[in-house]
Design a protein around this ligand. Structure first.
Ligand SMILES: N[C@@H](CCC[C@H](N)C(=O)O)C(=O)O
Length: 319
């Protein structure tokens, strides 16, 4: 099979994006396409793949997202901005309701985050605190807010939030990347008490917002994860560290987004949807291998515009 795609990123979370509105494949084939195209050792690479899917009566278009291990996520909020851009450009829209795997979200064109940075405002939620939906069992509670999870190899406290994909967020102590990896890998092993795994984020407070570092389910450490930033913004308000209804900057390794949570659980993120290059590649989905990459176009001006945002984000004071 050969696929045309756009290599894009939202806040450094990078993906090959396929217009799949007219492509019919079984889920397990899409899983193989994800493993092939998102393989960092292969010719393309990414944190997963994004599919722009056809709309229906209620939503103009849809999004599917497969992690680099081939698992399908309920949502991907950095990816949603990229898919929304592709949908807007294909259909001549500047706003839309978008259907996701198990929910819907709203996306609309926003003012550029910085000159030349294509920016989308997305609203997702409501954030769900009921861990019996994941499921996360073994604690005999339905909600976990600032609680130690004794099954994890850490004494950090976590807040559990679904966006609707599952997130464990901790504000304790400075970010320790090796600890984040140990906790993330334990969750990746899908223990009995967490059969669908989870995304893990360690968060530090910044003067005007948050810094979020995430070990993603199905991926590993990423430069940024949009739903993790949404879960972190919501958790920061829920635990009284920040205020519902107030916009904050959310920094990550890949740059930043603007985020705001409401007390009804809805979370808004405004951030980039940047095209890096477009091309095509052959995919052997059974073997999870991609080859014969042809790059058709580079989007150098967009890459440079985003580079300016990253530079500024890295220069922000750290406390
Ligand atoms: N990076 C994404 C989330 C991708 C899915 C996640 N790894 C999961 O399996 O839940 C985002 O930007 O939200």
């Amino acid at each position: 099979m050969r696929f045309d795609f756009i290599k894009c990123h939202g806040s450094g979370n990078d993906f090959p994006l396929i217009d799949a509105r007219d492509i019919r494949l079984d889920d397990q084939v899409w899983a193989g396409v994800a493993r092939a195209l998102a393989d960092r050792r292969g010719p393309v690479g990414g944190d997963g793949i994004l599919l722009l899917t056809a709309g229906d009566k209620a939503q103009a278009f849809g999004m599917r997202m497969f992690n680099s291990d081939g698992s399908e996520a309920e949502t991907c909020l950095n990816g949603l901005r990229c898919v929304a851009r592709a949908g807007f450009e294909a259909l001549g829209l500047d706003r839309a309701e978008v259907h996701l795997k198990t929910s819907t979200a709203h996306a609309e064109l926003d003012d550029d985050l910085a000159p030349g940075v294509y920016t989308i405002r997305e609203t997702a939620g409501p954030a769900d605190l009921d861990v019996s939906h994941w499921p996360l069992t073994g604690l005999d509670v339905h909600e976990i807010v600032e609680q130690v999870i004794p099954m994890l190899p850490t004494t950090r406290r976590f807040t559990a939030v679904a966006m609707p994909n599952p997130h464990l967020v901790s504000f304790d102590g400075p970010i320790d990347e090796s600890e984040l990896i140990v906790v993330g890998e334990l969750c990746e092993s899908a223990p009995d008490w967490l059969p669908n795994r989870a995304n893990i984020s360690f968060v530090e407070l910044r003067e005007d917002g948050l810094f979020v570092r995430t070990f993603e389910r199905g991926v590993g450490l990423t430069d940024s994860c949009g739903s993790a930033m949404a879960a972190s913004v919501f958790s920061s308000c829920l635990t009284g560290r920040r205020t519902f209804g107030t916009e904050m900057k959310v920094f990550n390794r890949g740059g930043l987004v603007l985020g705001q949570a409401e007390s009804d659980g809805m979370v808004r993120l405004s951030g980039n949807a940047t095209w890096e290059w477009s091309g095509s590649a052959d995919v052997d989905a059974d073997r999870g291998i991609a080859g014969d990459l042809v790059v058709a176009r580079h989007f150098n001006e967009e890459i440079a515009a985003w580079g300016g945002v990253v530079k500024e984000a890295r220069a922000e004071p750290s406390v």
